[in-house]
Design a binder for this molecule. Structure first.
Ligand code: PAF
Length: 282
């Protein structure tokens, strides 16, 4: 039976009890509107923990002023049913006052250096500060030993890893593989903004990532691979914000380095922005 906790104060005694019982807590933070991608995170958390906690909180501080905070899809009943059906033990629905007791604008901020200036961070100023801040607070409330994040938000995953190391959080961060629709489109809550035509076109993002990987493994230069990827995306009717190859560990320029790389794409169709990535071993 999944239990629901609607405040940090309500969750606290339960966390203490789990700790006394020596149970490992696995944590899946979300913003709700859950799909199969999120459900896969629960299964991975279960492999690493005795109890699985999921949070649902649409975090205002990670949305820019012109972004979709107000219209971000909120589906609390379906989320709770899906979590219960996929092995979640506890649903944490913190109140805004739990996370921002002084108001969002007056919150202590966790700001991870360097990484947030690149790619998504350059296009969405302040986004990763909002993510790092809310995740640090949620970690304090849930006190997990393990937390699972989807690889789809690759830069977010790196930001969280760096935060955890730098702040000394005793938490293992586990990356979960991207779950895709039949046409390769990475699952995302934002996919529901797409009409049928846009959804079909968006399949070109994953196809382009696969071609980027093949071209790199054939030894084509990074600059050519990136330029071809942009051309492919535009030919498919998408507007790329970026289509790049970076070092997998810190998103730096890969140069001639032999280490693991990652291809990352952000592209727009209509008013919807989609992101995806693919790791490229060497
Ligand atoms: O990936 C998300 O859904 C959010 O960025 C997260 C990690 C739950 C923080 O609000």
């Amino acid at each position: 039976m999944m239990r629901t906790f609607v405040s940090a104060a309500q969750l606290r005694p339960q966390v203490v009890q789990w700790q006394r019982e020596g149970r490992r807590i696995g944590f899946v933070p979300t913003m709700g509107n859950l799909h199969a991608g999120h459900h896969s995170l629960l299964a991975i958390a279960r492999e690493h923990a005795d109890v699985v906690v999921a949070s649902v909180f649409v975090n205002p501080t990670q949305f820019g002023p012109n972004e979709d905070f107000a219209r971000y899809p909120r589906t609390p009943e379906a989320d709770a049913a899906g979590l219960a059906a996929h092995g979640c033990d506890a649903l944490f629905l913190p109140a805004v006052e739990d996370l921002y007791p002084y108001g969002a604008a007056n919150s202590v901020k966790v700001s991870v250096p360097e990484l947030p200036d690149l790619l998504e961070g350059a296009i969405r100023p302040g986004h990763f500060d909002g993510v790092a801040t809310v995740v640090a607070k949620l970690f304090n409330m849930v006190q997990p030993q393990v937390a699972v994040f989807g690889q789809k938000d690759y830069q977010q995953l790196l930001v969280i890893r760096r935060m955890v190391r730098d702040l000394g959080h005793p938490i293992a961060i586990v990356a979960a593989p991207i779950v895709r629709e039949a046409n390769g489109l990475a699952m995302s809550s934002r996919n529901q903004y797409l009409d049928a035509g846009q959804r079909a076109r968006a399949g070109a993002i994953h196809a382009t990532l696969l071609r980027m990987r093949a071209a790199l493994l054939r030894g084509e230069p990074v600059a050519t691979v990136e330029a071809d990827a942009r051309t492919e995306l535009m030919a498919a009717g998408l507007a790329p914000d970026y289509a790049v190859v970076r070092r997998a560990d810190d998103l730096g320029d890969p140069g001639e380095s032999k280490g693991e790389k990652v291809a990352l794409i952000a592209a727009r169709t209509g008013t919807t922005r989609l992101i995806d990535n693919l790791l490229i071993g060497t």
